[in-house]
Design a protein around this ligand. Structure first.
Ligand code: NAD
Length: 368
């Protein structure tokens, strides 16, 4: 079997710092678990602009299309704020998502017991929470035509169009059902079928895909506004939540904050299956390049490390090793090791980015 390939795009700011810890963990898996990757690395975002005058070099784009998975740090920073829109660091990220056609965005909301106090909700509502939001990422209101600001009867009108084809709904529904089968086998699809035709179609297609190919998965439907209420009332009732681009944008941020810190949140964006049966995939922390703390060793590497765990699970068939890595992070937190973003006001001395990496590696060792 070929060695699986991984393209690392560390990017800018703390992207570089957190990725340095991820690379140590990849090395550990090679040495101690005999799990090796054909790793290549390229700049992206501002770093690519500095090197090549573009936020994503064509060669990097071509590599991203070839590899089994892309792991990205973060892009952007004040140094690049005045660049022309077409070469801003974020354009590199958007090009990757668009050209790889990554239509399913996976955002887990998992609350580690040791961090339950960080949530704005009561501890018993969030402790042990483990849900996954699957958001459609490449269509819907953010892309539908017509769009723009037009002149009509002497005043301006802002227009965006919520538009979904059956095929677009079908493929993201399949991603959610496949995922549910690897988790607790439940999907709740959220739409506004009560007031939007696109929502009626969404519900019909999700139901049809379910009946045709995923009848073993438990499917329910909920209006997205009720979904928002349920997420803060009783989030543990959910396993996988499937929703469109616009609702998913809002609901996934809401769910993420149930769990506390931005420094803990991984994500995956998946596309169509490749020849090997796995989807095209890019994994990345939810956070940005955090210019306010860059270069100070303060960044929490957990979100990026947990993104690697998602890659192990969804792109490399290494579910047990993904569990091992997630358990190592959980144990480190349970032992009270904290980067600054995870400290309460009187919480003692925070560890640095690399000390957090050390602690996770130690836990991985003890897991053997
Ligand atoms: P940000 O996520 O970079 O930071 C928000 C706040 O959270 C900051 O106070 C930061 O210090 C803190 N934070 C974020 N990640 C952390 C971590 N791992 N450990 C500890 N603290 C952490 O968002 P922002 O400040 O709005 O944006 C900064 C730059 O990042 C901008 O250029 C923005 O465009 C870019 N950005 C990139 C991405 C991406 O690459 N996917 C996402 C969001 C923002």
């Amino acid at each position: 079997m070929n060695t699986p390939s991984l393209l690392i795009l560390a990017g800018d700011g703390i992207g570089q710092e957190v990725m340095a810890e991820v690379k140590r963990i990849i090395d550990w898996f090679g040495e101690k678990r005999d799990i090796t990757f054909d790793v290549s690395e390229d700049p992206v975002g501002g770093a690519a602009y500095d090197a090549h005058g573009t936020p994503l070099h064509d060669d990097t784009m071509a590599k991203a299309q070839e590899v089994d998975a892309v792991l990205l740090g973060a892009v952007g920073g004040p140094k690049y704020d005045d660049l022309d829109f077409s070469v801003k660091p974020e354009r590199g990220l958007l090009r990757l998502r668009k050209e790889m056609d990554l239509f399913a965005n996976l955002r887990p909301a998992q609350c580690f017991d040791a961090l339950a106090d960080f949530s704005s909700l009561k501890k018993d509502v969030v402790a042990g929470l483990d849900i996954m939001i699957v958001r459609e990422l490449t269509s819907g209101s953010y892309f539908g035509e017509p769009r723009g600001i037009f002149e009509e009867d002497g005043q301006r009108v802002g227009i965006n169009t919520q538009r979904y084809t059956e095929a677009e709904i079908d493929r993201v529904a399949r991603s959610a059902f496949e995922l549910a089968r690897r988790r607790n086998n439940k999907v709740c699809s959220m739409d506004k079928a009560n007031v939007m035709e696109s929502g009626i179609l969404w519900r019909e297609v999700v139901t049809a895909v379910h009946q045709a190919d995923y009848a073993d998965v438990k499917l329910s439907h909920m209006y997205a506004d009720n979904g928002a209420m349920q997420l803060v009332r009783d989030p543990k009732q959910f396993d996988v939540i499937l929703t469109d681009n616009l609702f998913g944008d809002i609901l996934s941020d809401c769910a993420a904050m149930l769990t506390g810190s931005l420094g803990m949140l991984p994500s995956a964006s998946l596309g169509a299956p490749m020849e090997n049966g796995h989807p095209k995939a890019m994994y990345e922390p939810v956070h940005g390049s955090a210019p306010d703390i860059m270069g100070q060793g303060k960044a929490n590497p957990c979100a990026c490390i947990l993104s690697l765990a998602m890659a192990l699970r969804y792109s490399f068939d290494q579910g047990e090793e993904a569990d091992r890595l997630e358990r190592a992070v959980e144990s480190v937190l349970a032992n009270g090791v904290r980067t600054g973003d995870l400290m309460q006001a009187d919480g003692g001395t925070p560890v640095s980015t690399s000390e957090m990496g050390d602690a996770i590696l130690e836990q991985l060792e003890t897991s053997l």
